[in-house]
Design a protein around this ligand. Structure first.
Ligand code: ADP
Ligand code: MG
Length: 658
C-alpha cells in the first residue's frame, strides 16, 4: 500500500505515439505527473493537445508506448489484460463525455454493470445499484431505459456506475461536454460533493468554468505539460477507503446467458428466427431421416420375425414340361419327405422343421365359395416355424397324420360371423374344422421373400391326408417346401451350405430347388439402405453447416453492431475472456434453441409422415443426442471466430467511435 506522501498515480516519461503511415503522432510526448489521493484536478488544453489520450492511459484503457505508470504503487506498464481489467473494474471509475450507457439495460442494471464482472450475485448487485442511484439523485428512475432519460440524468447514471465499486479515483473525460450549461453545473455540483466526501477526481475539460471548479489545473499542449498550478491545497486527512468485497470473482454463466438472450437474441427477433431456421432444418433432417431409416429397418425385422426367425427354406422349383422330365430322367425325385428326413438327421442344430405342400383345391365354407382361401398341406412344427398361433381349438396331431383325417385349421380371415354351424368343403369333400389361428397381418410386400402370403386366408390340412386322398400329376414333387429352423442366427450360413450339399447328392446334382434364407434378404436389403442413410446424413450435415455459417454471419454482424457495447463492458472491467464467452454463449444459445426446435419439428414430421408411409415410429435417443450435440458443436465452432474477434477489439478505438 502507498504511504500518504506517495502519489496515488505517477507517470514518468510517458509517451504515446500513433503511427499514421510514415508519420508519428506523439499524442503524449514525455509527461511526468503525480496525482495524490484526495485531489480534484482538471486537465485543460486545446483540442488535440493529448488530454483524452492521457485519460485513456491513466484509466488503463490503453498502454503507454514508452515510460512508466504506477497506480497505488502497482506498475501498470507490466500488467496484462486480466490485471488491467481488474483495475478498471475495482480501482478506478471512468465517466465519458457520451455517457456510454447500455441501451437495453435499465438505469439500475446499468449502474450495477461493473459488479457483474466481479462475480457479485445479481440480487446484491441490484441492491447496491439502488443505493448508489440514491446518492446521485436517481431513485425515481430505476426502471427507466437510458433513452427515456435526459442528458444530465444519463451522466448521473454513468457517475453512479463509475462509483459502484467505491474506486480509488474517478476519471472524467469532458463530463459536461454533451450537456447544456445548467445541467453541466448540476453535474459539477455532484462532483464537488463527491470530492468533499473524499473521492479523488481527475477530469478533462476545455471549459475554463469547469476547470475553475477543480483545485488544480494541469495544462497540456502538444502532448506535454505546459503549466501545473494548484489553487487549493489537497486535504491532509482522508476518510479510510472501505475494503472491497468479493475481490476475485468473474462474470457468472447465468449473466452471460441473460446477456445473450436479452441483448443478443431477443433484441433482433426476426434475425434470430431466420438464423435458427438453418439449425432447425439441419437437426430436424438428421433426426427425421434416421427415424425413417430405423423405422423401415424395424418394419423389415418385424416381417422377418413373422416369416420365421433363423429359418432356412428349401423351396421346390415346381418344374414343368420338358425340364420336369429332364430332372426326373437325371434321377431327381424333386423335394420329398425323404429329403426332409435326411436333412433332419444330418444337419446339426436344427431346432424345428416343417413340411408344406400347396394344393389347388376349391374351398366352400357354409356353401359359399372362398376364392381367397389357399389350401396348404403341412406336417411337423409348422405352427412354430411360421410363427403362427392358435386362437381356438387344436392343431393337427400326429394321429391326424397317421389316420389321414379330414381335419383343417383355418386362418382368422376365414372365420364367419356365425360359427354355430360350419360346413367346410375342400375339393368337394367335407372337412372338420379343428382350430382357428390368431389374426396375423404382416405387410411383406416390400420384402422379396418367396411365398409371403399373409396366412389369414390359409387352410391347413395334415400333409398325409392330402398326399394320400388325392391323386396328382404323376411326376410332380411331393413337397413344395421344407422349412428348417436353426438354433441361432450364426448357424444359418454353414447350415445352408450343408443343406445344399446333402440335397445335391440326393437330387443327383439336379438344380430343382432353391434355398431361401429370409434373414439374408433382410441383410442385403439393409446393406443397400446404408448408402441411402449415408446420403441423407450428408444432406443433414450440409444443412447444419449452412446453419452454422448463418450463425457465424449473424454473430459477426452482431459484433460489429455491438462494438460500443463491447467497449463499455471492457471499460467497466470485462476481461477479454468475459467478452469471448459472452458471444460464444450467445452463439451456442442460438444453436441449442435451433437444436431443440429441430427435435420438436422432427418428432412432429415423423409422427405425421409415418402414418401414410406405414412405417413404425422409431426415435433413437442416441440419434437425438448426436443431432443436439452437432447443433451445440455448430454454435461453438462457428461462434468461436466472431467471439474472438469481439474480444480482441482495441478498447479506445471502439469507445471513441461515433
Ligand atoms: P484531445 O482530447 O486533447 O483533443 P487527443 O488525446 O484526443 O486530444 O489527441 C491527441 C492527438 O493524438 C491528436 O493529434 C489526435 O489526432 C491523435 N490521436 C488520438 N487518438 C489517435 C488514434 N487512435 N490514432 C491516431 N491518432 C490519434
Ligand atoms: Mg478529447
Amino acid at each position: 500500500m502507498s504511504s500518504p506522501s506517495e502519489a496515488l498515480l505517477q507517470l514518468r516519461g510517458a509517451r504515446k505515439t500513433y503511427w499514421m503511415g510514415e508519420n508519428a503522432i506523439h499524442a503524449l510526448d514525455g509527461v511526468d505527473l503525480d496525482i495524490h489521493a484526495g485531489e480534484f484536478a482538471a486537465i485543460i488544453g486545446s483540442s488535440g493537445s493529448g488530454k483524452s489520450t492521457l485519460m485513456h492511459m491513466l484509466g488503463c484503457l490503453d498502454r503507454l508506448s514508452e515510460g512508466s505508470y504506477t497506480l497505488g504503487g502497482e506498475d501498470m506498464s507490466v500488467a496484462d489484460d486480466t490485471q488491467l481489467s481488474r483495475i478498471r473494474n475495482r480501482e478506478i471509475g471512468f465517466v465519458f463525455q457520451q455517457f456510454h450507457l447500455l441501451p437495453n439495460l435499465s438505469v439500475q442494471e446499468n449502474i450495477a454493470l461493473p459488479l457483474a464482472y466481479s462475480g457479485i450475485p445479481r440480487k446484491e448487485r441490484l441492491e447496491r445499484a439502488k443505493i448508489m442511484a440514491g446518492r446521485v439523485g436517481l431513485d425515481a428512475r430505476l426502471d427507466h431505459r437510458p433513452t427515456e432519460l435526459s442528458g444530465g440524468q444519463c451522466q448521473r447514471v454513468a457517475i453512479a456506475r463509475a462509483l459502484i465499486h467505491n474506486p480509488r479515483i474517478l476519471f472524467a473525460d469532458e463530463p459536461t461536454g454533451a450537456l447544456d450549461s445548467k445541467t453541466g453545473l448540476e453535474i459539477l455540483a455532484l462532483l464537488d460533493q463527491l470530492h468533499a466526501e473524499g473521492l479523488t477526481i481527475l477530469l478533462v475539460t476545455h471549459d475554463p468554468k469547469v476547470a475553475h471548479h477543480a483545485h488544480r489545473n494541469i495544462t497540456l499542449s502538444d502532448g506535454q505539460i505546459l503549466k501545473d498550478e494548484t489553487r487549493v491545497p489537497r486535504p491532509q486527512s482522508l476518510p479510510a477507503r472501505e475494503d472491497q468485497t468479493h475481490p476475485n470473482g468473474h462474470l457468472q454463466f447465468g449473466d452471460m446467458f441473460r446477456i445473450g438472450l436479452r441483448e443478443g437474441l431477443l433484441a433482433h427477433k426476426l434475425r434470430t428466427a431466420l438464423t435458427l431456421l438453418g439449425v432447425i432444418i439441419g437437426v430436424a433432417s438428421v433426426i427425421a431421416m434416421s427415424s425413417f431409416s430405423l423405422g423401415s429397418k424395424k418394419k423389415q425385422a418385424d416381417q422377418i420375425r413373422a416369416l420365421g426367425a433363423n429359418l432356412v427354406r428349401v423351396v421346390d422349383r415346381r418344374l414343368e414340361g420338358a425340364s420336369l422330365y429332364e430332372a426326373r430322367a437325371s434321377g431327381s425325385l424333386g423335394l420329398s419327405r425323404q429329403d426332409a428326413a435326411a436333412l433332419r438327421s444330418r444337419v446339426p442344430d436344427i431346432q424345428r422343421s416343417a413340411l408344406q405342400r400347396a394344393l389347388e383345391l376349391e374351398v366352400e365354407l357354409n356353401r359359399r365359395p372362398q376364392a381367397e382361401a389357399q389350401v396348404l398341406a403341412v406336417a411337423g412344427d409348422w405352427l412354430e416355424v411360421n410363427n403362427l398361433r392358435l386362437e381356438q381349438g387344436r392343431s393337427i396331431s400326429a394321429e391326424d397324420q397317421q389316420l389321414k383325417n379330414r381335419v383343417a385349421v383355418l386362418g382368422a380371415g376365414l372365420k364367419p360371423k356365425d360359427t354355430e354351424s360350419l360346413d367346410l368343403r375342400i375339393g368337394g369333400q367335407p372337412y372338420q374344422v379343428i382350430g382357428w389361428l390368431e389374426n396375423r397381418f404382416v405387410d411383406t410386400t416390400e420384402l422379396e421373400a418367396a411365398d409371403s402370403s399373409n396366412g389369414n386366408y390359409s387352410i391347413y390340412l395334415p400333409l398325409e391326408t392330402a398326399l394320400n386322398r388325392y391323386t396328382w400329376l404323376p411326376l410332380r414333387s411331393e413337397l413344395d417346401e421344407i422349412q428348417l429352423q436353426l438354433r441361432d442366427e450364426d448357424q444359418l450360413a454353414p447350415a445352408g451350405r450343408s443343406i445344399r450339399r446333402i440335397l445335391d447328392t440326393l437330387h443327383r446334382g439336379v438344380e430343382d430347388f432353391d434355398l431361401v434364407i429370409p434373414l439374408d434378404l433382410l441383410k442385403s436389403k439393409q446393406e443397400s439402405q446404408k448408402l441411402l442413410d449415408l446420403l441423407s446424413l450428408a444432406i443433414s450435415a450440409i444443412s447444419l453447416l449452412v446453419g452454422g455459417i448463418g450463425i457465424m454471419n449473424i454473430m459477426l454482424a452482431s459484433v460489429t453492431e455491438r462494438l460500443k457495447e463491447i467497449g463499455i463492458r471492457r471499460a467497466v472491467g470485462a476481461r477479454k475472456p468475459d467478452i469471448r464467452r459472452q458471444f460464444l454463449v450467445e452463439a451456442i444459445l442460438i444453436s441449442m434453441c435451433g437444436g431443440l426446435a429441430g427435435i420438436g419439428l422432427s418428432i412432429g414430421i415423423v409422427s405425421l409422415a409415418s402414418i401414410p408411409l406405414a412405417i413404425p415410429v422409431v426415435f433413437s435417443p442416441g440419434v437425438i443426442l448426436v443431432a443436439f450435440a452437432a447443433a451445440f458443436g455448430t454454435g461453438l465452432g462457428f461462434g468461436a471466430y466472431p467471439a474472438i474477434r469481439a474480444s480482441n477489439q482495441n478498447l479506445v478505438d471502439i469507445l471513441s467511435r461515433e
